[in-house]
Design a protein around this ligand. Sequence first.
Ligand code: AMP
Ligand code: ZN
Length: 322
Amino acid sequence: MKCKICRQKAVAELPQHRMALCQPCYLDWFPSYAKKTIKKFAMLEPDERILVAISGGKDSSALWRVLVDLGYEADAMIIDLGIGDQEGLGLEGEAYSSTSTEFAREQAQLLGRDLWVIDLREQIGRSVPELRRGQRPVCSACGLVKRYFMNRAAFEAGYDCVATGHNLDDEVGALFGNVLTWDTHYLSRQGPVSPLRGERLIKKIKPFCYFTERETAMFSLLAGIPYMREECPNAVGATTITYKELINRLESQAPGTKRRFYDGFLRERDLFRKQEEDVVLQHCLSCGMPSPLETCGFCRLVGDVSVTRFGALGESREESNA
Ligand code: AMP
Ligand code: ZN
């Protein structure tokens, strides 16, 4: 197998793009394809300040690196969710969240950019596993908490947008789940860009939405990016993983299936839009962040806790000394 560009020995096969590339050509191709995606969806203006939400995993770590290499002003934030360091919850010894945070710190040093570390226990007095109610998986509460702090940190610290590492597999898996249940609310919101709404709901972008999980993993490996290989212990058995496996089977029989499904959805998404526009956002009476109801989902979940107030998240910032 030869590299499509330079005819040297290829190391990465990209069936979705009907080509194979050698290491140097892959390291050139990947950021330039991300740049094209950013342009296609008009995600960013050149001078916008970006806050990359990083998990310490391959996708978001690669995203931070690529955005910085493309010349963007990109800092990052990580929420230490306290997963894997509790006793008696069946997760002992994994230290998932604290290890992820260490990888994020290493990356911040390498890139010479600022990292904001938000410790959930300091903020709300509880970790994600302690938000579990009954036997229900804690993933939806975890997602809510992450979205809340991504937005709040970007708003308070004056960033123009939040970038997440969602890849094509994440997007297609979520889309598949939302189609199975015909969840028109989520279908109307899903996509590569969620524009600014009001002044407190910051723009969210997904510059890696066209890369498969394999493609970002390959980039992280070939580029020597430090990242956490372990998956979240809570994700074991999650339905989205089953959806991803199913879709991968379809993709291996007909390469390009994921991309066609996603692009087809984006073309027709307006079918679900009307309903979303009718939702009027107000400011949560408890915390002041945007909410369709008087009290936002985060405050309903965590109750009456005193989260760091506007402007004070700066205390969590870790300046790079590189
Ligand atoms: P997940 O919800 O784990 O599928 O992650 C989706 C995206 O959310 C990742 O690509 C990151 O951009 C972001 N993210 C996940 N976990 C964290 C975290 N602990 N702190 C900040 N951002 C995160
Ligand atoms: Zn609130």
